[in-house]
Design a binder for this molecule. Structure first.
Ligand SMILES: NC(=O)c1ccc[n+]([C@@H]2O[C@H](COP(=O)([O-])OP(=O)(O)OC[C@H]3O[C@@H](n4cnc5c(N)ncnc54)[C@H](OP(=O)(O)O)[C@@H]3O)[C@@H](O)[C@H]2O)c1
Length: 295
């Protein structure tokens, strides 16, 4: 397979690129603001550059982990949220499919209102915030591509990464500095080990899958419990955690409270995303052994 990974400097994109190459595929990755050796510069806003990338790489599959992932930022600028997380990705998708490529996009548990999780793929979405609305529009556009379109909905991605900015990194850094950290006690999601998500994505693509798939870890877990698991794995003082209800946190964007994802369709294919204890332990090992960012 020839693959183009748009957003390979990010968390999931880094794992996708590594996994594609490990599996023997030809894969080209891109960055926007965080250059890495071996990655090409590409901005979704630059139409000519997108056309050139497709022409040069001639991908069979375009993976788009790129996006504007700051949920509260999306809320303050919903137009930018829609442009970066829906309109520009869909323009790229149309170009890719017109050249005969398949297109793989990533969506979020935030397309749900969080009233009744865990959610399956056929449960009705009802986003509460601008990020979730843009992701839903992305989903609809990619699903309209038919067999050429694949959407994976995921949740709370963690693991070793290039930029070191996911929740686990932030928590480890702040707790090691002796800082007290507020964590929501009532936001339930499905923490997802990033390297497994990359393997599952590739597994779906290799099986010729299209349509909508939930791809998240097996537990429905609130953020405070996840933070306590991080403390246990990284030997940090859980006494510094300050669990608070979402209503007391003053977050700009509304959050779905019970938004875990049911990924049993994925598991039925033999594609497994490990649970939190196993994932955190693998992350710690990878940080020691690998070339990822360290907290
Ligand atoms: N992380 C989660 O918990 C989570 C949960 C649910 C869904 N998702 C979805 O999963 C996907 C991957 O998430 P992630 O955590 O890997 O994100 P991430 O680490 O924030 O990476 C985002 C990537 O997008 C690139 N990018 C941003 N703006 C761009 C632009 N205008 N043009 C081209 N590239 C651009 C970034 O490049 P530079 O860094 O080089 O600027 C980076 O490579 C996203 O679609 C996200 O919405 C993530």
């Amino acid at each position: 397979m020839r693959a183009l990974v748009v957003g390979a400097s990010g968390q999931l994109g880094g794992h996708l690129l590594a996994e594609l190459r490990r599996a023997g595929h030809l894969a080209v990755g891109t960055f926007q603001r965080h250059p890495r050796p071996g990655l090409c510069a590409l901005d979704l806003e630059e139409e000519e550059a997108l056309a050139a990338a497709l022409r040069d790489v001639e991908p069979d599959v375009v993976f788009l982990p790129a996006g504007w992932t700051w949920v509260d930022g999306n809320e303050t600028d919903p137009e930018r949220a829609d442009r970066l997380n829906a309109a520009l990705p869909l323009r790229l998708a149309a170009r890719a499919v017109a050249r005969g490529a398949r297109f793989v996009a990533f969506s979020s548990d935030y397309v749900f209102d969080g009233a009744a999780g865990p959610y399956r793929e056929d449960d009705p979405p009802g986003p509460l915030n601008a990020y979730g609305r843009a992701k839903r529009r992305l989903e609809e556009g990619v699903l309209a591509l038919g067999e050429a379109g694949l959407v994976l909905r995921t949740s709370t991605v963690y693991g070793p990464e290039l930029q070191g900015k996911n929740f686990v990194y932030q928590l480890v850094r702040r707790l090691r500095a002796g800082e007290a950290v507020q964590v929501p006690s009532d936001q339930v999601a499905s923490p997802t080990y990033g390297p497994d998500l990359a393997v599952a994505t590739l597994g779906l693509v290799e099986r010729g899958a299209s349509g909508l798939w939930h791809a998240a870890g097996p537990e429905a877990m609130d953020r405070a419990s996840f933070a306590r698991a991080v403390c246990a794995e990284f030997e940090l003082d859980a006494g510094l955690l300050r669990p608070l209800p979402t209503a007391a946190l003053g977050q700009k964007a509304r959050r779905p409270l019970s938004a875990a994802l049911d990924s049993s369709r994925l598991r039925a294919l033999g594609l497994r995303i490990r649970g939190v204890r196993e994932g955190l332990s693998a992350m710690r090992r990878a940080l020691v052994e690998g070339s990822w960012a360290c907290p």
